[in-house]
Design a protein around this ligand. Structure first.
Ligand code: ATP
Length: 344
């Protein structure tokens, strides 16, 4: 059984103007995260990444209507009773948000903030035990344990993000959802935080959903990669393959927009993508990427493609992506094509 199995998930924000102003932010998403697997979710701003992340723990505002299934070890998060959901948040699954400064309480020492989930949801019973565990967690994320006494404003952006990761690890969750954990950090610090995350994933065997607009970051950190556009997953497959040889025109454009890190042989210049993503409340007919797609044909205005096979363990949602021909097994009693018996 997969660790996380998202099936046909739809999230629609109800607008103040009734059905006409409804925003379909996530549209029929299917995604699987195996135990100890890392899955990256990429896409431009507004494509629905954060909505998807928040939906996984039912952290969306009341105006969001959710449909489909989010199976966590087979148990549907969308139909869980409130008490069970509270236990799942932090203890089984935790989330690292973008922008640590906004997520940490500015008037409480970071050590107290890391200890809080331990005392509320973990197995740590006493304050002394919690202090020891906080010190161990700080060391695990590469911070001196003395930093437990610091206030968030006394730490750098990278240190604050490390504190957020320590908080996420506190109750030893089996799944971490990290939403743009390196946004607003300089490039060197981003690389350090990503190395830290990759190291922790290897060390602890935790499963992870890592969200970023930067495909190159995900390709170097994750096993599999899903590219979102206008609320849909338009390509999914092994991370390196999607990054270096994308099948969907949008995934190809997104991967072309970033320089190839760690690939000195590549002299490719990063290319931008003209135009903006569509307003989810007013999607074009047919394929949502059509107005920006260099390969668009008249049929793309009629067909709204869904994910279909695009290679071994890969899928893409584009009418131009032709599935590889399956290996044809000869029918019983029929000579194999090309065999001696089959010739005349
Ligand atoms: N609370 C809300 N009410 C109404 N619409 C919303 C709400 N939150 C997000 N949206 C809309 O849903 C769509 C998806 O937004 P979301 O924040 O999930 O995208 P994103 O890919 O995470 O973007 P970013 O990378 O900028 O965080 C956008 O059109 C956004 O305007």
């Amino acid at each position: 059984m997969s660790h996380l199995d998202i099936r046909d998930l739809t999230v629609t924000y109800r607008g103040a103007g009734g059905a006409d102003s409804a925003v379909p932010a996530v549209r029929g998403v299917d995604l699987t995260v195996p135990h100890a697997g890392t899955v990256g979710v990429a896409g431009e701003s507004g494509c629905g990444k954060s909505t998807l992340a928040l939906a996984l723990l039912r952290l969306l505002p009341k105006t969001a209507a959710l449909n489909g299934q989010i199976l966590l070890d087979g148990e549907d998060v969308l139909t869980m009773k409130w008490g069970r959901l509270r236990a799942v948040r932090w203890a089984a699954t935790s989330i690292v948000f973008q922008g640590a400064m906004h997520s940490l309480n500015p008037v409480r020492r970071v050590g107290e903030q890391i200890a809080e989930p331990l005392l509320l949801h973990g197995t740590t019973a006493s304050a002394a035990e919690a202090r020891e565990r906080v010190a161990a967690l700080l060391r695990q994320v590469g911070l001196p344990q003395q930093r437990a006494g610091a206030y968030p404003h006394e730490l750098s952006g990278g240190q604050r993000q490390r504190v957020m990761i320590a908080m996420a690890l506190a109750c030893e969750p089996e799944l971490i959802i990290a939403d743009e954990p390196t946004t607003a950090l300089d490039v060197m610090t981003q690389a350090q935080i990503l190395r830290l995350i990759a190291g922790l994933v290897d060390e602890t065997g935790v499963s992870m959903v890592l969200i970023s607009h930067d495909l190159s970051v995900l390709a170097h950190t994750c096993d599999r990669l899903a590219v979102m556009y206008a609320g849909r997953i338009v390509e999914e497959g092994p991370a390196r393959e999607v990054y270096t040889d994308a099948r969907h025109p949008y995934a190809a454009a997104l991967s072309g927009a970033f320089p190839r890190i760690g690939d000195p042989a590549s002299r490719r210049r990063p290319r931008g993508l003209a135009g903006d993503p569509p307003d989810p409340a007013a999607l074009p007919a047919g394929c949502a990427f059509r107005p920006r797609c260099e390969r668009a044909q008249p049929c793309c205005a009629r067909i709204d493609p869904v994910l279909w096979p695009a290679g071994t363990h890969r899928s893409a949602a584009c009418v131009h992506v032709v599935p590889e021909a399956p290996a044809v097994e000869p029918a019983v009693g029929e000579p194999a094509v090309g065999s001696e018996e089959g010739r005349w």
